[in-house]
Design a protein around this ligand. Structure first.
Ligand SMILES: *Cc1c(COP(=O)(O)O)cnc(C)c1O
Length: 370
């Protein structure tokens, strides 16, 4: 047994984590300071400001959950739902399924809008669900469904949700930093994301943001939030205000890394970053199609940063994926659920979204394909 773990140098083109910029990796090697040190509090405030700027939100309650995207999902739902509430969850892949599971564990009655995987939820389906459940506490949907590669349009559904007097909860784990996202303009009331997808920071952190209406719903709760760790009434005193109260010990080094990753997003410009993801996606698409790959999702609502594709006829996807990893050090994702063994999920996220990545992958595929 060796005393040091030396990971291989991989090219990360799966559904996350994505490659991290050297500046982000170096940030994690900086000296530790106390998590209530005034300098760390200043860093937390800067992280919060950078998240507000890049989500286009002025929400005060914007911070980072010290746990991965799944905990961000749980934070939104356990704080906004309590026993007896009704909610509508849009399901068109793995992550919508998980939201419905969490919502039912909160004691809420869950009305599901189920759509074929790879497709999007249509506003008419939401209208129909609102006939059955006219005033849900919230409607939740996944902006970028990483299990299928579908990009969900939000604005029209947002209007329907607000006309019903309900809150809109959005999973932006894969969309934040990769595709157009305007939290306030689009009327999103609660949003969670993840550090390791298009932000290209290490996994394990979840940026979240809550609108004033969501904060009001939280204040009007009749019961305690079932989770102690994720209860916002306590966590917010750790991330807000002049007197910070100990709640838990923030992952100091990981926050250094997220700060550096957000600084890179801001240096690039969030809109330029969206454009880059679109352009590199077009480059990959042209090359994959010429190699015989076929996209799962219709062009109009295809994610640029998560390319879900059927392989050319007669190719064993698992064998090819293993060879890419072992012979070329390139990671791509396999399919989930009904698509296991049938599709690949190729990520072009953040630092992994460059023409060079496309050339590395397609060069390797040209050598490996029969
Ligand atoms: C990755 C992902 C999550 C979960 O994030 P983790 O950091 O793996 O917990 C949730 N939703 C979507 C859409 C994702 O892609």
């Amino acid at each position: 047994m060796s005393t040091t773990f030396n990971p291989p140098t991989r090219v990360l083109m799966g559904p996350g984590p994505s490659d991290a910029h050297p500046r982000v990796l170096q940030a994690m090697a900086r000296p530790l300071i106390g998590h209530l040190d005034p300098e760390f509090i200043r860093l937390m405030d800067e992280v919060k400001q950078m998240i507000q700027d890049t989500l286009y939100t002025s929400n005060h309650l914007t911070f980072v959950v010290s746990a991965p995207g799944s905990a961000g999902m749980e934070t939104c739902l356990v704080n906004l739902l309590e026993p007896g509430d009704e909610c509508i969850i849009c399901i068109n892949g793995v992550f919508g399924t998980r939201m419905a599971d969490i919502a039912s564990r909160c004691g809420a009655t869950v009305h599901k809008i189920e759509t074929e995987w790879g497709k999007i939820t249509e506003p008419d389906q939401v209208r129909a669900a609102l006939k059955v459940c006219p005033k849900p506490k919230l409607l939740a949907l996944v902006h970028a469904e990483t299990s299928t590669g579908a990009l969900q349009p939000i604005r029209e559904i947002s209007d329907l949700v607000h006309e019903a007097g309900s809150l809109l909860v959005v999973d932006a784990v894969t969309s934040y930093g990769g595709v157009r996202l305007h939290m306030d303009e689009w009327g999103i009331d609660a949003l969670y994301s993840g550090s390791q997808k298009c932000l290209s920071a290490p996994p394990g952190l979840s940026p979240v943001s809550f609108s004033p209406a969501a904060v009001k719903a939280l204040e009007n709760r009749k019961t305690k939030v079932q989770s102690w760790f994720l209860d916002l009434t306590m966590v917010k005193n750790y991330w807000e205000g002049s007197r910070r109260a100990y709640h838990h010990t923030a992952p100091v080094s990981a926050i250094y890394a997220l700060h550096e990753a957000l600084a890179l997003v801001i240096e690039e410009g969030i809109e330029h970053r969206w454009d880059r993801h679109h352009e590199v996606h077009l480059l990959l698409k042209g090359q994959l199609e010429s190699l015989g790959f076929r996209y799962l999702v219709e062009e109009d609502y295809r994610l640029p940063n998560l390319n879900s594709v059927f392989l050319p006829e007669g190719v064993d996807e698992a064998v090819l994926r293993q060879r890419l990893l072992h012979e070329y050090n390139i990671e791509v994702g396999g399919g989930l659920g009904a698509f296991a063994g049938k599709i690949w999920r190729i990520g072009l996220m953040g630092e992994s979204c460059t023409p060079n990545h496309v050339h590395m992958l397609t060069g390797a595929l040209r050598a490996l394909l029969p």
